[in-house]
Design a protein around this ligand. Structure first.
Ligand code: SAH
Length: 349
């Protein structure tokens, strides 16, 4: 727990690492070596860096790089892997690796828990602990990359937490993931439930990342029912801010819409949604509800889902359905929660 005196090295740029080695009385080229061993070789401790002299390695062996420990790993039949990662302060977060033929996507957490308390989301039911540091976000990607033994191609901030309540660290992590880990900005998606002014602020950064906004309802009344923060940041204001984002960034937004049978999944809801999004450069991503224990929403049938898709398409809205991966590992959208650790420990014993 000596992190207060020495912050972690993961997250520092090549220039910053070079500065760090120089402060330790080492030649500048050691900075380049350190950079390679941290970002390319993925060392977990400085004592593993064999190009450094034994004596110097011993001197710096206590300095944390900032890597987590895999506490538990479970593989779903569709090859999606869920990890519980243990942080330096013993908090546990979840990360998911989602492989396909061409891609390896990592679903990263931005907070330990989440304060938004959306009614259908397991993470929200578990409460909020703290924001993640930038290195704790970067670490998740390196961990999945190493475990799969192949390059990560895509990152989605759709794990635990609300990224725009932790914008500073999320953006710091995005910078490193892009520049130092080598993941294209356009392959990084930040998903938010919408926090007043934060989408506008994000637009100022003119990043090439993709923005996904969790709408989930076609009108204010339904949205308030699902998302407590919708009371103080109404749907109309959120959509207006999204329109500004598109204007400023010239980038399309992806709207996420969880389909809850009989609640927000009727063709009338689709038409109402389309009305709200008229003239918008956007895309709607439907997520059939993934069941969690605490609430009794239902997933709609395939016919109901298709009827919703058809109704949106009739209104000229681009739409896709996200059939969540990893359901069997409790790793699908909305099923992530730290409190499962208790179960997991029991399983391991
Ligand atoms: N806080 C961010 C990231 C959350 S997780 C956000 O709200 O966008 C990513 C997506 O999964 C969000 O759209 C979230 O609303 C959705 N989700 C949460 N619980 C779900 C569930 N039980 N079934 C399906 N999708 C869910």
């Amino acid at each position: 727990m000596n992190q207060s005196t020495q912050s972690s090295l993961l997250g520092l740029s090549l220039a910053e690492l070079t500065e760090w080695v120089k402060q330790k009385g080492q030649p500048a080229y050691r900075g380049q070596q350190l950079y390679q061993w941290i970002y390319q070789k993925g060392v977990k401790s400085l004592s593993e860096i064999t190009v450094f002299s034994k004596q110097w390695r011993e001197e710096i062996s206590d300095v944390p790089i900032g890597r987590s420990v895999i506490h538990y790993r479970s593989v779903a039949p569709d090859a999606t892997v869920k990890y519980l990662l243990k942080l330096a302060d013993s908090n546990i977060i979840e990360t998911v690796g989602i492989p396909s033929y061409k891609r390896l996507t990592v679903c990263v957490s931005s907070q330990v828990g989440c304060p938004m308390a959306c009614d259908f989301c397991a993470t929200g039911k578990g409460g909020f602990v703290r924001n993640l540091e930038a290195h704790e976000i970067i670490d998740q990607v390196l961990t999945v990359q190493e475990d799969f033994g192949r390059r990560v191609s895509h990152i989605v901030f759709m794990g635990m937490g609300e990224p725009l309540l932790n914008t500073k660290n999320v953006l710091a992590a995005v910078r490193v993931l892009n520049q130092d880990v080598g993941i294209g900005k356009r392959s990084i998606t930040i998903s938010t439930v919408g926090i007043r002014d934060r989408i506008r602020q994000l637009a100022q950064h003119k990043l090439q990342v993709t923005l996904a906004v969790s709408l989930h309802a076609s009108n204010q009344r339904l949205r308030e029912h699902l998302i407590p923060s919708a009371r103080s940041f109404p749907l109309a204001d959120l959509v207006a801010e999204c329109r500004e984002y598109v204007k400023l960034t010239k980038r399309r937004i992806s709207f996420e819409y969880v389909l809850l049978a009989g609640f927000n999944d009727l063709p009338d809801h689709a038409r109402e949604l389309a009305k709200n999004l008229r003239g918008f450069q956007c895309h709607v991503n439907l997520i059939p509800y993934n069941p969690i224990n605490e609430v009794d929403y239902q997933r709609p049938t395939d016919e109901q889902i298709q009827a919703f898709v058809n109704a949106l398409e009739q209104q000229n809205i681009a739409v896709s359905v996200r059939y969540s991966r990893g359901l069997e590992a409790n790793a699908a959208c909305g099923q992530l929660r730290a409190s499962r650790v208790g179960d997991v420990v029991a399983l391991k014993n």
